[in-house]
Design a protein around this ligand. Structure first.
Ligand code: SF4
Length: 666
């Protein structure tokens, strides 16, 4: 049972019902015709889920610091009225909401704003193709005032608080860091002068909104940029912010351009709470911790240990708007847990699309996808218990249909069972736990080890059938593919094949990357055993490192140009870097000559070479397993979804989306 999480807390004059805050996320709904209404519905749903405070995505205080007209803006008085739709909806749902005041500085995109990005110094960000121009002293003054004016507009629009965005490498952060601030006037130079811009913003906002309006400052706890602000300076900056009248500090981690993954699935849960803890020691106002906290029991433990005063969760509230309510009622197993995949949220945003959620495609469709009971109750068979089938079964049963799931394997999950074995992808276990709980709650009958046939389905009198039978691994035509040391990726994941010490993988897409990870990250010594062996000096660090290696050499081979296609923008770089660290060799633009007992003979240009391997794994895509669909077509109303409809990479996002859609259509 939770207790500390559910204790009310004071942020300035505002009392929050509990200590969970929904962190700011840009979801991009503004791009749509009815964007503000969609945002209002989205936030209201989270407010109904009883989260203590919602922070909106960034609202630009200056046009050159935003993302253009199709973005949340607060730099004109005319922006106030639309924002009121959001505050009204949240208040009606019993929630509280803060507007985030935002200026992206050198991260701004000229193609969106039509204006040159601005920054303390004219230094281009490695993740932006536009070079910023240096702000003049009078423009600095005007920008500080813009934060204050934005705060006043937020107050007028009915927000309960504002949050000043000062982390993640945006403008305020750019002023603070010696890496991006090379000024020699009173806004740059030593730490005090670099801190001045952020402190002036904080003071001016406080002055503008009055002493009783809550102001949170999102500060960078750790930039993860070489030569940037030190921890000592960070703690000092926190104290200066308190002095400047801030009511709480929300601690951000890592600039957007940082080379360190901070929120990907591979980042252990709660890995950065220590940063908030450091800051908390230097101030007396509430400190908010974030990054990879996706379970309220974990939040409870962090708060119980007094490491921070509130916990901010962003993506977990996309995955499940009701996470707080469900958890406060002890229904932890019913939570649809964010698996930190980034595939439908951040990856969409970085691709200029609208955010949704891989495990909860209802995000962004709150209005049109609200679940309604079925008008005619039916007996529906769902064939296949992969992500597509599981989601279809869940939604169908929620709407009142009688649902039977037939799965030929002896466990549910389909290809999720592959993914969850991959080091750093254990969060997929949570998705399986969620479906297991939901289907049992909804009394869905699950029959395992059953190969569904047309005759069987007809005999049982199903009104409709959903075919979600997934894919069959593709076997490319390469001479020697039938040799005994050639196996499919499915055989490796299902532990039906013995894998040797030198492995050549035919294919280098998402599945091949997962497979490589799995194959190189053997840990013959558990972390606990390693700690014991080192503590008693039985093994030194060097020998331990050697012992921990799998000793396996893996080659990924691809005809095309790129490795890891199908992986999202925000994680691909980290996955590939990790594989390289483990010595995985990636060879692209090759042709296959043949597979021999010694390995794979390839050509690269005119050169021919043998990639010596004792095991060859085929991970060269898949074809749809749609035979049952074609057999049923015309005999029983039948629908096909997921891999059975369209084979491709392991695409749980599309699978769950299609399952959710068909669940609403029958
Ligand atoms: Fe979490 Fe993935 Fe959903 Fe994003 S898409 S909220 S990371 S589960």
């Amino acid at each position: 049972r939770l207790s500390r999480v559910l204790e009310p807390i004071q942020i300035g004059s505002m009392t929050l019902r509990n200590r969970i805050m929904m962190g700011s996320m840009h979801v991009g709904f503004e791009k749509q015709e009815d964007g503000v209404e969609r945002l209002a519905a989205f936030y209201a749903e989270r407010a109904r889920g009883e989260v203590g405070l919602i922070v909106t995505g960034g609202a630009a205080v200056r046009p050159e610091g935003g993302m253009g007209d199709k973005y949340c803006n607060v730099y004109l008085d005319q922006h106030i009225t639309p924002l009121m739709l959001i505050t009204d909806a949240v208040h009606q749902a019993g929630g509280k909401i803060a507007l985030q005041l935002f200026h992206s500085g050198r991260y701004a995109h000229k193609e969106a704003t039509g204006l040159d990005p601005v920054a303390p110094s004219p230094l281009q960000a490695p993740i932006n193709r536009w070079k910023p121009r240096e702000l003049q002293a009078d423009e600095i003054e005007m920008t500080i005032q813009a934060f204050a004016d934005g705060a006043v507009r937020a107050k007028k629009a009915g927000f309960d608080a504002v949050e000043i965005m000062g982390s993640e490498g945006y403008l305020i952060n750019q002023f603070l860091s010696p890496v991006t601030n090379k000024r020699e006037d009173e806004w740059g130079g030593d730490f005090q002068r670099r801190a001045r811009f952020g402190i002036e913003v904080a003071k001016r906002v406080r002055q503008a909104v009055g002493s009783d309006f809550p102001v949170v400052f999102r500060m960078s706890g750790l930039d993860l940029i070489p030569e940037s602000t030190t921890m000592e300076e960070t703690v000092q900056f926190a104290a200066m912010l308190q002095e400047a009248g801030m009511d709480a500090l929300n601690v951000g981690i890592g600039w957007h351009e940082s080379q360190v993954p901070t929120i990907a699935m591979m980042v252990p849960r709660g890995a950065y709470v220590w940063v908030a803890q450091q800051i908390k020691q230097g101030v007396s106002i509430p400190v908010i911790a974030s990054n990879r906290i996706n379970d309220l029991r974990q939040a409870e433990a962090i708060l119980e240990d007094d490491r921070c005063d509130l916990v901010s969760m962003a993506r977990p509230l996309l995955a499940d708007p009701l996470i707080v309510r469900k958890s406060s009622e002890g229904r932890f197993d019913e939570v649809n847990t964010c698996i930190a995949c980034n595939q439908a949220c951040l990856d969409h945003i970085f691709d200029g699309k609208i955010a949704s959620c891989l495990v909860n495609p209802e995000v962004g469709r709150e209005k049109e996808w609200a679940l309604a009971p079925a008008t005619k109750l039916k007996k529906v068979a769902v064939v296949g218990a992969g992500p597509a089938g599981l989601e279809a079964a869940r939604v169908l049963a929620e709407r009142g249909h009688q649902v039977v799931v037939l799965e030929k394997q002896h466990q549910i999950g389909g290809q999720l069972n592959y993914a969850r074995q991959v080091p750093g992808k254990q969060e997929f276990n949570e998705t399986l736990r969620y479906y297991r709980t939901q289907l049992s709650r909804l009394r869905v009958e699950i029959r395992l080890g059953i190969q569904a046939t047309t005759a069987m389905l007809e005999e049982e009198g199903f009104d409709e059938v959903v075919v979600a039978t997934g894919v069959i691994p593709r076997r490319p035509e390469i001479p020697g593919i039938d040799l005994p040391h050639v196996v499919s990726y499915a055989q490796v994941f299902e532990k039906q094949a013995k894998v040797g010490k030198r492995v050549a993988i035919v294919g280098a897409g998402g599945i091949a990357c997962d497979l490589s990870h799995l194959l190189v990250q053997d840990e013959p010594i558990s972390p606990q055993a390693a700690q014991y062996l080192m503590e008693y000096r039985i093994l030194d660090a060097k020998s331990m490192h050697r012992m921990q290696q799998s000793g396996r050499k893996v080659f990924m081979l691809r005809r095309g140009k790129h490795v890891g296609t199908g992986l999202g923008k925000t994680t691909r770089w980290a996955v590939l870097a990790n594989l390289k660290r483990h010595g995985v060799e990636m060879m692209t633009q090759i042709d296959y000559r043949e597979i021999t007992p010694q390995g794979v003979v390839i050509t690269q240009g005119d050169a021919e070479q043998l990639i010596a391997a004792d095991t060859v794994v085929i991970a060269a895509g898949a074809t749809s397993n749609d035979q049952l669909f074609h057999e049923l077509n015309g005999r029983i109303p039948v629908h096909v979804i997921g891999g059975a409809k369209e084979a491709g990479e392991l695409d749980a996002k599309r699978a769950i989306l299609e399952g959710s859609a068909i669940g609403r259509a029958i």
